[in-house]
Design a protein around this ligand. Structure first.
Ligand code: BG6
Length: 486
């Protein structure tokens, strides 16, 4: 692999995300040779750590990665430096700038900088402003901002955040992370849709009955009530991950795979998101909270009983909804989405349900063809077709063609964050989000949330199930049902 040279300044170096995802991802790049000798990482956070202490943290975060040896983990960690940093103190940025310049010379980096914001989002704007006022951006090499979610809390705050980062960085320099865009099977959607004439020919309202997107999690709110109480499933999962998948599923074929071409067709989807009045929002979206249940003989707490959650909380842990994209190809096709915590099990999957044949040559027994894309934990796809019952009969029988990536091979492939950091180092923005996309998805989501704020109705579902009955009724109303019913 071609080595990339950069000084990476990581805001949030002591955080959970850095430890669980970013250090292992950078280590993966190191093992594959994308990062070799000419890189350094400056981790910053409030606490006063020494470089040695920080390197131990990094070593521990990567030592159990596939292919790691104690020697490679330690050699990797020598590239890491720690800087205790108060994000509101201008003087600290000068220290940071000097350290970056020193490491740049020491590692022969040539001025390339990645500024990576992976800390509490309320500081994103402050950091961006100081990077400008204290002139941290270099005159040679690239300067790129990588920014984690949440990108705002609603449209207004997202807009304000965007204005503050674009005062320092041009859109071409901004890499807004949605880690779902780094996943193998998200990246496989384009090939599946546009490289297979069979699929491409049927991918429109003439043939598609409905599309279903499920992002189910088995875990509850975990230790994150502080964040989640102010977020909820709509902001946490729908505004970003679900919307991005929706765009990949309904966008037109791009002219090429350049970031510009892909973003152009994605943008057109968000331009045509069918908008709802308040009344329609309430009719087409369901929210709910998990209630206590006994799972495998263990009592699982309900959401309102979780530590840090208010007894009268109106934060949704589940959302189901029906969206539509008013493009000539998709107008009128229901796109059902659902996501939630404490559902039956962890799985992200997408089902495309095709219309059944119109004639009754075989009686009424022909089933709809369903193409399912398994995003995680298993990765692959399946297609159900109508076969025939064995023997001298014309009776039909649905058969499933299945493809799953080999689990070991899939595990060895680069993880989402590794792909995205590599893209950022290479200057490829395809798998990052544009402001216009976020602006439109926030406005859509804001309408639904505003409609919910007119009511205190909050259906519940027992922990470990697939959501409230309202989520089943949402589809039943249209004569449809969820394909995946674990
Ligand atoms: C994050 C959410 O964006 O995505 C979390 O904040 C959620 O609440 C996570 O658990 C799910 O990601 P993945 O990759 O495990 O499906």
């Amino acid at each position: 692999a071609e080595e990339k040279a950069a000084v990476i300044i990581l805001f949030g170096g002591s955080g959970d995300l850095a430890r669980r995802k970013l250090y292992p991802a950078m280590f993966g790049l190191y093992q594959r040779g994308f990062l070799q000798d000419r890189f350094a990482v400056i981790g910053t956070a409030r606490r006063p750590w020494s470089d040695d202490y920080y390197r131990d943290i990094v070593t521990n975060a990567v030592k159990d990665q596939p292919g790691a040896t104690p020697e490679t983990a330690e050699a990797f960690a020598t590239h890491f430096y720690y800087q205790s940093h108060d994000v509101t103190d201008a003087a600290h940025y000068i220290t940071l700038k000097e350290l970056a310049a020193k490491l740049d010379a020491q590692y022969h980096v040539g001025g390339n900088r990645l500024y990576y914001m992976a800390m509490a989002p309320n500081f994103f704007s402050t950091i961006a402003e100081h990077l400008k006022s204290e002139s941290l951006l270099t005159a040679t090499g690239f300067n790129r901002l990588v920014i984690e979610k949440p990108f705002g809390h609603d449209y207004q705050s997202a807009k304000a955040l965007n204005e503050s980062i674009t005062a320092t960085f041009a859109e071409k320099q901004i890499y807004r992370i949605d880690h779902y865009l780094g996943k193998e099977m998200t990246q496989a959607i384009m090939g599946l849709r546009f490289a297979n004439p069979l699929v491409a020919a049927a991918w429109n309202k003439e043939h598609i009955q409905n599309i279903q997107i499920t992002l189910a999690e088995a875990v509850g709110v975990e230790e994150r009530a502080g964040y989640y109480e102010n977020s909820g499933a709509m902001r946490d999962m729908v505004q970003n991950h679900v919307m991005q998948l929706l765009a990949y599923l309904t966008m037109a074929r791009p002219q090429s795979l350049t970031p510009e071409a892909v973003h152009a067709v994605k943008g057109a989807v968000f331009d045509h998101l069918h908008s709802y009045s308040q009344k329609e929002a309430l009719a087409n979206f369901v929210r709910a909270q998990y209630a206590p249940a006994v799972i495998d003989k263990l009592t699982v707490a309900g959401y309102r009983d979780e530590a840090g959650v208010s007894q009268s909380s109106l934060t949704e842990t589940f959302v189901a909804g029906k969206l539509m994209v008013d493009t000539p190809e998709f107008a009128g096709v229901p796109i059902y989405i659902r996501t939630g915590k404490r559902l039956t099990r962890k799985s992200t999957q997408i089902s495309v349900v095709f219309k059944p044949v119109a004639h009754d040559l075989f009686g009424t027994q022909a089933k709809a063809n369903v193409l399912t894309i398994y995003v995680e934990p298993s990765e692959g796809f399946s297609l159900t077709l109508n076969g025939k019952v064995l023997g001298q009969s014309t009776e039909l029988m649905p058969e499933e063609l299945r493809f799953r990536h080999d689990e070991r091979a899939a595990k060895a492939a680069p993880e989402a964050y590794e792909r995205l950091i590599q893209d950022a180092l290479q200057g490829n923005q395809t798998n990052f989000t544009r402001w216009t996309e976020l602006s439109q998805t926030w406005q859509f989501v804001d309408t639904i949330i505003a409609a919910w704020q007119t009511t205190t109705a909050m259906p519940t579902y027992p922990a470990g199930t697939m959501g409230p009955k309202e989520a089943t009724e949402l589809l039943a109303r249209d004569g449809n049902q969820w394909v995946w019913q674990p």
